[in-house]
Design a protein around this ligand. Structure first.
Ligand code: ADP
Ligand code: MG
Length: 239
């Protein structure tokens, strides 16, 4: 059984890199899109209009990938709110259900109430990236189990476990390294980097346990945050 605790210095190093990729690729995409748009407004043959339309769609798709993987390149979160972990996990599982079906993966969950302070899109990006990896690790089907709980009223625990191919010690040590992927052209090697960065920004921890041929388990711990209303009522009780 291999274990790895994620260290902060690795996260700082990739943050800068991600930020430059994001900016340097977004700008030429925006420029190209603008010219494509201008071109489509010209008197061009119908089939050319179709080519331009496809080009714009593809540019938007590329920009979407950057958005998905590199949203954390923004210096600070846009909208931090109190989120219910149960709802957020359900939502992410709904998003992953079609991919799970395609891979013969069964989704299972035991979810307790808990709340955390986070930006929804980032949290979703993080959960989806982890679940996507779990499903991709089970090409011949398997079980993806999602568990959440609250410990001592102050720590939220989220566990995402798969019965997939697992990772060896070398793969585990490289997890979260930019562009580290064992999926060849299908992989970006950016998903885990994003996950670590997001969890760190939420003052959380992530621990990975994996065994080749058996599966992998990611455990995320985050500080529990109560809703303002609950806080007030608690304070009143104390008074
Ligand atoms: P990508 O999914 O594009 O390859 P990620 O950063 O999401 O990039 O993951 C990096 C690598 O970590 C994967 O290619 C895979 O080798 C390994 N990995 C991540 N999650 C799992 C998992 N649940 N089971 C097995 N291997 C995993
Ligand atoms: Mg991935």
């Amino acid at each position: 059984l291999q274990r790895k605790l994620i260290r902060n210095e690795k996260l700082e190093a990739v943050s800068h890199l991600a930020s430059s990729i994001s900016h340097e690729v977004r700008n030429p995409l925006t420029t190209s899109r603008g010219f494509m748009q201008l071109l489509s407004e010209q008197d061009v043959p119908v089939h050319c209009k179709e080519y331009i339309k496809i080009s714009i769609e593809e540019i938007d798709r590329a920009a979407g990938i950057i958005q998905d993987y590199l949203t954390f390149a923004k210096p600070s979160p846009e909208k931090v709110e109190i989120l219910q972990t149960k709802d957020e996990l359900k939502r992410a599982m709904d998003v992953m259900q079609p991919l799970a079906n395609m891979n013969n993966v069964e989704l299972q969950s035991v979810l307790m109430e808990g709340s955390i302070k986070a930006e929804r899109s980032r949290l979703q990006q993080c959960l989806v990236n982890l679940m996507k990896n779990a499903i991709e690790a089970m090409p011949n089907g398997g079980l993806l189990s999602v568990y959440s709980n609250v410990i001592d009223d102050k720590t939220v625990v989220i566990r995402i476990r798969d019965t997939g191919i697992g990772m060896d010690a070398n793969q585990l040590s490289r997890l979260g390294e930019p562009y580290f992927s064992t999926k060849e052209i299908k992989g970006t090697g950016l998903g885990m980097m994003v996950v670590y960065r997001i969890i760190e920004s939420m003052n959380g921890f992530i621990e990975v346990e994996s065994e080749v041929g058996k599966g992998t388990c990611f455990t995320i711990t985050l500080p529990m945050k109560k809703r303002a209303k609950e806080k007030i009522s608690l304070q009143r009780e104390v008074v």
